[in-house]
Ligand binder design. Structure first.
Ligand code: GLU
Length: 317
């Protein structure tokens, strides 16, 4: 079977060194296996996704020498597929309308917080509303989100980098949103539907998404579809341990280039951050690429040494 992998950025900003490193790893994994690499633009959030940002991200990837065999595929053009999947879940009674506002959930939730960034656990307020109660809430002008009915028990999987991961999704996250109140499909649903429809065999992404995977596995299970293998790469963080971002200085390839750092130097830096020999082009890293040698810990990174190196090499010329 041909290996199929992807990189799936959300077009909400410039791709930083951490995201580019994830892209490089996913690309190397598939290139090493002689598989097909797909680029997917996850532009479902109408408030945060911007077309020029998507174009900038594609440019950054090309700039560092990554290519793809299929795509870019835009999720915003694929809502019919998500409609279909939700209809299938609806037919099985596995989704239900939820009329709660964020504030109501925060007030009603006894568990302080679900996994990082996910907010409080959903306490199940709308899980068992009667048809009459639903009509009443809809008549009051409330537009419902759609939530997935999470089963009891632990969901586990063998991560190809992090090892065994287990999560009791109902106890930590609760029933989660698959379609928002404004009608936008949620990442958890769209990623599963697309990874399945695109025939992905390998999903390599940042470790910040490791605790999305149990939710996604529940959707695969509900749709009766086989799941791909998952690989979550430990994150590259800023020097202060926070999520890498602009506030840590120039962290994107285009910004770095504007400051005199050539893309080839960025690639050597990415290779170093993957525990690989420092080479200026991804192609030179395919031979002998072995994911098991990836450093298992998070890395703290600052652009300063790279800027200094670029200064050094330009003054040496
Ligand atoms: N779009 C997600 C992000 O940019 C990644 C999704 C995935 O790889 O599954 O963080």
């Amino acid at each position: 079977m041909t290996a199929r992998g992807r990189f799936a950025p959300s077009p909400t900003g410039e791709l930083h060194v951490g995201a580019l490193r994830t892209a490089l790893l996913a690309w190397l994994q598939i290139r090493r296996l002689g598989g097909r690499f797909v680029l997917r633009v996850e532009d479902l959030d109408p408030d945060r996704s911007k077309q020029p940002l998507a174009e900038g991200q594609l440019r950054s990837l090309r700039e560092i020498g990554l290519d793809w065999d299929e795509g870019p595929v835009y999720q915003s053009a694929r809502t019919a597929l998500y409609d279909e999947a939700v209809a299938a879940l609806e037919a099985k009674g596995l989704v239900y309308p939820c009329f709660c506002s964020r504030a109501e959930i925060a007030r009603a939730s006894s568990a302080p917080h679900g996994p990082a960034d996910d907010g409080p656990r959903y306490p199940g307020t709308c899980r068992a509303l009667s048809a009459a109660e639903r009509r009443e809430r809809a008549a009051a002008g409330r537009r419902p989100a759609l939530r997935f009915r999470v089963r009891e028990g632990v969901v586990d999987f063998a991560d190809g980098i992090l090892g065994p991961i287990a999560q009791d999704v109902q106890a930590t996250v609760g029933d989660f949103v698959v379609r928002r109140m404004d009608g936008a499909y949620a990442y958890q649903l769209a990623a599963v539907v697309d990874d399945d429809a695109m025939g992905m065999t390998h999903v390599l992404r940042g470790a910040d998404l490791a605790l999305s995977t149990p939710r996604q596995l529940l959707i695969y299970e509900a749709l009766g579809r086989p799941a791909p293998r998952f690989f979550h790469a430990p994150l590259v963080r800023g020097p202060d341990g926070g999520k890498l971002s602009k506030r840590h200085g120039p962290v994107g390839v285009e910004t770095l280039r504007s400051l005199g750092v050539p893309p080839a130097l960025v690639v050597s830096e990415l290779a170093r951050l993957c525990g690989l020999p420092e080479r200026p082009s991804p192609r030179e890293l395919i031979d002998g690429f072995d994911l098991s040698r990836l450093p298992g810990e998070e890395i703290r990174w600052s652009p300063e040494p790279l800027l200094q190196r670029a200064r050094g090499s330009s003054s040496a010329r």
